[in-house]
Design a protein around this ligand. Sequence first.
Ligand SMILES: [Zn+2]
Length: 459
Amino acid sequence: MLPFQYRPSLLLPTSPASCGPAPEKEAKGIKGERKGPVLPSLGLLIWLLPLFLSSLTPLLGQDCTLIRPARVFDGENFQQGKVVLVLNDQIAAFDTEKNMDVPAGCTTVDYPDGTLLPGMIEGHSHLLLHPYNETDWNDQVLKESYAERAIRGGIHAEKTVRAGFTTVRDLGSEGAGYVDVGLKETIEKGVIQGPRMIVAGKAMVTTGSYGPKGFADHVTVPLGAETADGLDELTRVVRDQIGRGADVIKVYADYRWGANKMAMPTYTQRELELVVEIANSSGRQVVAHAATAEGMRRAVMAGVATIEHGDGGTREVFELMKKHGVALCPTLAAGDAIEQYKGWKKGVDPDTDRIVNKQKSFALALEVGVTIAAGGDVGVFPHGDNARELEMMVDYGMTPLAVLRSVTAGNAAVFELADRGQIKPGLLADLVVVQGNPQAEISALRKVRAVFKGGVLVR
Ligand SMILES: [Zn+2]
């Protein structure tokens, strides 16, 4: 169902060298053996070639790594006594070593107290933003050049993948046009290290709702997203965003444009339905920013894949989400960070209204059984600190096992990424090894020992 651009490594010839060096493989691999120091005559070589090839089968021309961790989280459950064989960019086998034909010359790596898990999938990032306590959002949108934002984005991308997040769903460039599409392509070319990106491009808002705001009426400022209103314009803008490289369409189903800056719904039901109809017909999902019960309800009924934030969700709305198979991407860490930027001292001051409300609505979503798509709105807080969201999901009532499922196989299913998120032969070898057991202590996810992206050691 997904367009192939989500998994370019399946389409392109494998070229590990293009995604950064893997020195130990070069040193020990079969490539050295292929370079004979003295060649016999061409005729003799042709005659000898089949024999030579058969002696190297099956490793010839392939990169092979056998990973031996203490335990494996396969996306669903923990398993012990198993190893993972990586050939080129894919998981070739996952079994006990006894049951496995490991090719001669394969590089073996041991992690005696390590847990191997699928590369984690960040559900809500903004690689082109940095924390608001460094520079507030308005100034990032209005005063930072595209060059600065792109360079920062590259640094953020490297931090993200090194933290074990090998895929991100990047939900809006926030005023940086299609720099996210360019960043994604730069990573795919191997120019810089970074996660696989699912990008939203500019994202869509109704006229009058989004920022930057607060300027004199005669001053026109660029917005942090693209305005589109009414059925004709929405049709054109969704198609245009797709044409410019958006993998997913993001709409703001509500925003703080009500009286007293209260969050209130923006798009009408019919508008949202049209956006979903057009995006889906191209094989793309729609995600909705929504913090009000009514904005969430409209988005769910329109057929979006996920609701971002969902702070104002009621039991009725969460039940509707469950019924229609719409996931909640809760972004707990972003709200928590913003309260701290405003002066709230976490663990010292009493919880603010916003924090208390978020804890309640998240608990309600869990109670109702809404699918939770792990995503922190990282960028509001530092890139590479993505695990903060996962720790907070545990703090707010999820089991570590449920969190681990969400950030791997769960997100892969919700985002329709059939080629990743589990330890299974045939899937992409996007893998992370952490020290210790994250089921016992979720913060073990911060102790990253190794990251493989498409079989190439990134860290
Ligand atoms: Zn966001």
